[in-house]
Design a protein. Structure first.
Length: 99
């Protein structure tokens, strides 16, 4: 009985002394892009496929959402839409690197 009581008291004393240094912890900064250069990125609009009448509105919403989500991450420096290709490619064969 005395051994159990002595063990319990020593455990409580150790726990009390071990918790004292926890008040002196420093602040930790977390986040994305802390002090790093932002990456320049272009998000070209997707090519419309299909003849469904709802496709243009859905495509415009998707393109705008993708661009704004990438811009709001504060990781990327989004370039202007004026840098998009004049003709939107849909396959690898349609890509014109000179544009």
């Amino acid at each position: 009985m005395k051994l159990t009581l002595r063990f319990a008291l020593s455990f409580l004393a150790f726990a009390a002394f071990a918790s004292l240094p926890s008040f002196a912890q420093d602040w930790v900064r977390t986040g994305s892009g802390l002090g790093n250069a932002r990456i320049r990125l272009a998000a070209a609009d997707f090519k419309q496929v299909g003849a469904d009448p709802q496709t243009p509105a859905l495509k415009a919403t998707f393109d705008a959402t993708l661009f704004s989500d990438l811009q709001n991450t504060n990781v990327f420096d989004m370039v202007s839409k004026s840098f998009n290709p004049q003709k939107t490619p849909g396959t690898q064969q349609e890509i014109n690197l000179s544009q």
